[in-house]
Design a protein around this ligand. Structure first.
Ligand SMILES: C[S@@+](CC[C@H](N)C(=O)[O-])C[C@H]1O[C@@H](n2cnc3c(N)ncnc32)[C@H](O)[C@@H]1O
Length: 278
């Protein structure tokens, strides 16, 4: 029997409003039709196609899973431990008549019975009680040799200025309404009010998150026989050396501080793509 490191405060938190929920089913459908998945990871489209099997771990309300099904006709399974989010994701797939599959599953307990070509997990593993073990599980249990994994996590250096900014407001006793107004000013591109509130809760009021570095991920990659292909740390450019990336990621707190000073949203998130050596 596997042990779970799922965090149940996180589950309760998302049950009351899943992250990235929009105000109506038609808004969810418009987002699937209009937003391209490669916005999340440049080059993602090259890994997708009708014969590709995709597992999205922590799919939430399913925008990415549905979008990959809809645009690339890949065979996509989205899992999340929140039944409220999975219900929305399934409603969108049903309304659009797309074949995405969704299941309520805890990523630590799920045994898929097959290996996937591509495994994606954005903004999920840092909301568990053992992020590194979760990363390792994706590498060892879900992806086939020669297949790819894309992971997005909060960044230790890049996230801190944002956390400090809102902690300082919380410590001053600033009411939630004012903090929401500050978040709205930073995230002015989200127009749907439900979606904005879901982001605000996720980014500012969350019960549990951890922050990480690419440096920390390197031994986990190595141990699981994975090679790093690309990362947002160097804007997805060719990797000359991992030392170079480790140096670059330390610059992220300065970059994040500058964004905040200029009233620009900077969540402090990094993504990386890795391939399982065949
Ligand atoms: C910030 S949301 C991200 C959702 C989606 N990946 C996105 O980018 O819109 C984090 C998601 O992780 C899910 N999650 C957290 N722990 C989980 C676990 N142990 N098993 C499955 N899903 C989990 C939550 O329910 C939530 O939907």
């Amino acid at each position: 029997m596997n042990k779970t490191y799922a965090n149940y405060d996180v589950l309760d938190f998302y049950k009351s409003l899943p992250f990235n929920t929009r105000s109506s089913l038609s808004e969810e459908i418009t987002a699937v039709r209009k937003r391209r998945p490669e916005q999340l990871y440049p080059g993602l489209q090259e890994l997708l196609g009708p014969d590709i099997s995709v597992l999205e771990v922590g799919c939430g309300t399913g925008w990415l899973s549905n979008s990959i099904s809809f645009l690339y006709n890949s065979s996509v399974l989205g899992i999340d431990f929140n039944p409220v989010a999975i219900k929305i994701a399934q409603e969108v797939a049903d309304a659009m008549k797309i074949k995405t599959q969704f299941r309520v599953e805890d990523l630590f307990l799920y045994e898929p019975g097959k290996l996937f070509d591509l495994v994606i997990s954005f903004g999920v593993l840092h909301h568990t009680d053992d992020c590194k073990f979760a990363v390792k599980r994706l590498f060892e249990k879900f992806v086939r040799p020669g297949g790819h994994v894309i992971i997005g996590l909060y960044h230790k250096y890049g996230r801190q200025p944002f956390l400090d900014h809102f902690s300082e407001m919380k410590n001053r006793g600033v009411p939630e309404k004012e903090m929401l107004a500050r978040f709205r000013a930073l995230q002015s591109n989200i127009k749907d009010e439900t979606q904005l509130v879901s982001w605000f809760r996720d980014q500012v009021l969350h019960p549990h998150e951890t922050q990480h570095t690419l440096e920390e991920m390197l031994p986990i990659l190595k141990e699981a026989n994975m090679e790093l292909v690309s990362t947002s740390i160097n804007q997805f450019k060719p990797i000359s050396s991992t030392e170079d990336l480790i140096g670059k990621e330390k610059e992220y707190s300065g970059i994040a501080r500058k964004h905040l000073e200029n009233n620009r949203y900077f969540p402090g998130f990094f993504v990386f793509l890795a391939r399982k050596i065949a």
